[in-house]
Design a protein around this ligand. Structure first.
Ligand code: GRF
Length: 208
């Protein structure tokens, strides 16, 4: 398949969603290719997966403040993406709020995966928040990134039951399985041009 959408993934940790995207993109008929992995630290597990798969990696120093990024980092990430003609930026366990040049340039072409059914349980530890609240169902959400924290328009959600004896770990495992299905699906829809914004909030999916 020619003219695949070029994707960059931003990650900070384990990298299982990154891996799920790489696996999906290995299929000949998948409309996107994973061209670049950007991490904010040299220990990120995602790095190993990228190297095993021959995907270019860059470590970008985002500054000392947890959860935040310095303007230079945002500028550098934008430069890396522009040079490689990246058409979609996927946040996959990237533990910083994206702002600055990268967001300015890629808003509408940047998506994130969150381990809860937004708008519930935004921010850190979505699975723990759901468990503590006592909801009967939780899941994951793939959404466009905007200036807020997990506030952008929803693309795809997958639901899982919360069992009586769940721990944060067992619930996280159940949700993660769905994350690994949801993210490649969302990237496919984006790459095929099937996502449209209706006004500001609602994403309309063309299933034709
Ligand atoms: C996932 O639960 C994702 O929803 C959240 O961070 C976690 C990243 O896991 N944003 P991994 O690094 O993709 O394995």
């Amino acid at each position: 398949m020619k003219n695949k959408l070029k994707v960059a993934v931003l990650a900070s940790g384990r990298g299982s969603n990154f891996q799920a995207l790489v696996r999906a993109a290995a299929a000949e008929d998948y409309p996107a290719e994973i061209r670049l992995l950007i991490v904010d630290n040299g220990e990120a597990g995602a790095l190993g997966h990228a190297r095993e798969n021959g995907i270019e990696v860059r470590v970008v120093d985002c500054g000392k403040r947890r959860g935040s990024m310095i303007p230079e980092a945002s500028q550098e990430m934008y430069r890396l993406c522009r040079e490689r003609e990246i058409g979609l930026v996927c946040l996959a366990g990237f533990m910083r709020i994206v702002k600055g040049r990268l967001l300015d340039e890629y808003e509408g072409r940047m998506i994130n995966i969150h381990p809860a059914l937004l708008p519930s349980f935004r921010g850190l530890d979505g699975q723990k928040q759901a468990l503590e609240y006592g909801v009967r169902y939780s899941g994951c959400t793939v959404h466009f990134v905007d200036k807020g924290v997990d506030t952008g328009p929803v693309i795809i959600q997958k639901v899982v039951p919360v069992e009586q004896d769940d721990t944060v770990e067992s619930l996280s495992v159940r949700i993660l399985k769905e994350e690994h299905r949801a993210y490649p699906e969302a990237v496919r829809l984006f790459a095929e041009g099937r996502l449209a914004l209706d006004g500001k909030r609602r994403v309309v999916i063309d299933y034709e």
